[in-house]
Ligand binder design. Structure first.
Ligand SMILES: Nc1nc2c(c(=O)[nH]1)N[C@H]1C(S)=C(S)[C@@H](COP(=O)(O)OP(=O)(O)OC[C@H]3O[C@@H](n4cnc5c(N)ncnc54)[C@H](O)[C@@H]3O)O[C@H]1N2
Ligand code: MOO
Length: 409
């Protein structure tokens, strides 16, 4: 077991034990935010045949620049196919996106022609091919639409629908079980007795897991007092791809996460990480299933989750495990100096002159306040001096599952 490791080593220890999960087929409309299991290719040309790009009249290729009066052969409506190819000297009324009769050389906008009974007059000039969408101009059959490992966004779903896909193959969502340890903790829907508090970390972490594409299959609270911690852990490990324990990370007097994990025979990868908050985090493997232990203090729990657990949930879905990093100006001071590498909770926003990140109020590891609206972590290196207002800082963007940034990072 490695003690008090740096963050990079900690991630290396866990990520080296994670492989992407198997794929599954799901309905297209449920795929938003999920991750493509395989490369997606265009199954045919799009459009598949020549189409009009505006409402107007199709003219024969041999008539262009030669005639200015055309007999209307037929007028097509949306969804109708031409009955026959264009006869020279004739025009066919066509609609935007509608098919063109064989022999079409160009389409003339309806506002540029004069309609006289069964004839249309067009005295202008039009080059061959104008206002015609050519087959395959959007995609050619066999074109790569997206690589496996790409997160489905609205555009990709639209494209797949345009090729008639009703099901897509995605990485299975990691099943995650969350176990709060602590004799003083009761589920948020239960009635606490004096000395007890509601479990806020369970719902907090469950929401973060969901935002990262994980499937929360259980949020439970156990303690030494109620017994059965080991049974709970083993039961969860059998059902989940990842178990997150919360609390008992420090060598407290009871509900000690490390000894519970050792008690079930888990292989402890590391215990303690050189970060603040979240220093009392650890990780273990039980029969190839990862367990990550997070601190009980709410902000330490959230930071530990983002730095250690979120990468695992991403890796399970074949996404880049590391969060998106950027540089931003911070208008706020942070007086504390020195100590280990620190991660402050922030709100990052993008402006005309670049990114800014403000520090959330309530930066103590025991406080929940900084977590409302938090979308970024501001990283201060170990031994940092006090942060002056207007400093440039390194920022990790969080929970950006649906911004597309994760799939590019
Ligand atoms: N002697 C020392 N004491 C502490 C140290 C230390 O190094 N030496 N480290 C401090 C730091 S830093 C942190 S962080 C905490 C870590 O504590 P644990 O991970 O062991 O967590 P607990 O003791 O179980 O709980 C800490 C705190 O958080 C509350 N908590 C726990 N679980 C939940 C939950 N699910 N929902 C809401 N709140 C929760 C718990 O009631 C405590 O107030 O240790 C410091 N102490
Ligand atoms: O571990 Mo505490 O998590 O440093 O805040």
């Amino acid at each position: 077991m490695q003690l008090n490791v740096n963050l990079e080593k900690a991630l290396e220890y866990i990520l080296s034990r994670i492989s992407p999960l198997p794929g599954e087929s799901i309905p297209l409309m449920q795929a938003l935010g999920r991750v493509a299991f395989q490369d997606l290719l265009a199954t045919r040309d799009l459009p598949s045949h020549p189409q009009a790009s505006l409402d107007g009249y199709a003219l024969h290729i041999n008539d262009l620049g030669r005639l200015d009066s055309f007999k209307v052969q037929e007028r097509l409506r949306n969804g109708e196919l031409p009955r026959s190819p264009l006869i020279p000297g004739h025009a066919v009324g066509v609609v935007t996106g509608g098919p063109l009769p064989g022999g079409t050389g160009a389409v003339i906008a309806q506002e540029l022609v004069t309609v006289k009974e069964d004839r249309v007059i067009f005295t202008g000039k039009t080059p061959q091919g104008s206002n015609i969408k050519t087959p395959g101009e959007d995609f050619r059959a066999g074109d790569l639409l997206a690589r496996g490992g790409t997160r489905f966004d609205a555009g990709l779903l639209g494209v797949l629908a345009a090729f008639g896909n009703s099901e897509v193959m995605v990485y299975r969502r990691p099943r995650v079980m969350i176990l709060s340890l602590g004799s003083e903790i009761v589920p948020f829907h239960a009635e606490p007795v004096p000395g007890q508090i509601w479990d806020s970390n369970g719902p907090l972490v469950a929401s973060l897991v969901t935002r990262n594409g994980g499937q929360v299959v259980g949020v439970e609270v156990v303690s030494e007092k109620t017994n059965g911690v080991k049974e709970h852990l083993l039961n969860m490990l059998k059902q989940a791809d990842l178990v997150l324990t919360i609390g008992g990370g420090a060598s407290g007097v009871c509900d000690n996460a490390l000894s519970e994990l050792q008690g079930i025979g888990a292989d402890i990868l590391f215990w303690g990480v050189q970060i603040k908050p979240g220093s009392h985090s650890g990780a273990a493997i039980w029969e190839s299933k990862p367990i990550i232990s997070l601190s009980g203090n709410p902000a330490a729990c959230a930071v530990g989750y983002q730095l250690l657990a979120a990468p695992v949930i991403r890796a399970f879905q074949s996404l880049d495990p590391y969060p998106h990093r950027l540089s931003a100006l911070c208008p706020d001071p942070y007086p504390k100096k020195g100590g280990p590498r620190r991660f402050l909770r922030g709100l990052a926003t993008c402006h005309q002159d670049g990114w800014r990140v403000s520090l959330q109020p309530g930066q103590k590891n025991s406080m929940l306040r900084s977590l409302i609206g938090c979308n970024a972590l501001v990283e201060l290196p170990a031994g940092h001096p006090p942060l002056e207002p207007g400093s440039r800082v390194s920022v990790l963007l969080l929970n950006n599952a649906y911004t597309g940034m994760e799939s590019q990072a």
